[in-house]
Design a binder for this molecule. Structure first.
Ligand code: ADP
Ligand code: MG
Length: 251
């Protein structure tokens, strides 16, 4: 479980987060949704420790992450898998080297164990026989899957994905969502996905929080979303004709 309490974060005069409280349960995919610039990535970065919140606390299970020093955070960092918005693969490294890089940093496995683990993770994301390819030789969906393979390489208890679907065609996007859902079930991870993709919301939104003007403006499930009467949320969600049609069907 991850809990955030009263998270505030500003950049200069730009108040991005103004008191966010939320609980993210294990074994389910929690979504952070909101318009572009609403602070989704900033919140995720505050949770993983890439940003220091100006105020507020972050707990990983019962441990207060925000009051730990660098050394104290290391064991929790090892339990975090992160898929960045642009996949963030190292272009000069092969697929296999990209995954082994993480294992080199965080594990004390032997060389042979690292290769076996890389193979296991690549198999898990359905990408065998790509070990020796470079990122430039992969499609967008394949890069995302390598990013996911790397994120799960340390068997994470906490899995974070920032816009895992951005730049993908709808069919590939759904495959990535299903993969994130399956891995969450399999490893019982506490998974947080940042997205503005409505297909993801309707596909994997066990718990959804909507960020608006620095606040957690709304929270609920994908079923609640279709019935919501919160104008700010509806303006965001039902901007898509497909979502409008879905609402008409269930009315
Ligand atoms: P989202 O992910 O929802 O699109 P972000 O969290 O990336 O939004 O950004 C929220 C706001 O914070 C934006 O106005 C953005 O310009 C600002 N911001 C994000 N990161 C930084 C940073 N490192 N320095 C200054 N401003 C930032
Ligand atoms: Mg973002």
């Amino acid at each position: 479980m991850i809990e955030v309490q009263d998270i505030h974060k500003s950049f200069g005069d730009n108040k991005v987060l103004e008191g966010i409280d939320a609980v993210f349960e294990p074994g389910r995919v929690s979504l952070i949704i909101g318009g572009s610039g609403s602070g989704k990535s900033t919140l995720l970065k505050c949770i993983v420790g890439l940003h220091k919140p100006d105020q507020g606390r972050v707990f990983f299970d019962d441990q207060e992450f925000t009051k730990m020093d660098f050394e104290e955070k290391v064991p929790i960092r090892k339990e975090i898998g992160m898929l960045f918005q642009n996949s963030a693969l190292f272009d000069s490294m092969t697929v296999e080297q990209n995954i082994i890089f993480t294992l080199d940093m965080f594990s004390d496995m032997s060389r042979k164990e690292k290769i076996e683990r890389a193979n296991f993770c690549l198999e898990r994301v359905n990408l065998t026989k790509t070990n020796k390819l470079y990122p430039a030789e992969l499609s967008g969906g394949m890069k995302k899957r390598v990013g996911i393979a790397r994120a799960i390489s340390m068997n994470p208890k906490y899995l974070f994905c920032d816009e895992p679907n951005s730049g993908l065609d709808p069919a590939t996007a759904i495959l990535i969502d299903e993969l994130v859902q399956d891995l969450t079930d399999e490893f019982q991870c506490t998974t947080i996905v940042v997205t503005h993709d409505m297909n993801s919301v309707m596909g994997i939104g066990d718990y959804i929080m909507f960020l608006y003007q620095g606040q957690k403006f709304w929270e609920g499930t994908k079923d609640d979303i279709l019935r919501s009467d919160t104008k700010e949320l509806n303006d965001f969600v039902f901007a898509s004709p497909l979502m409008k049609a879905a609402r008409e069907v269930i009315k």
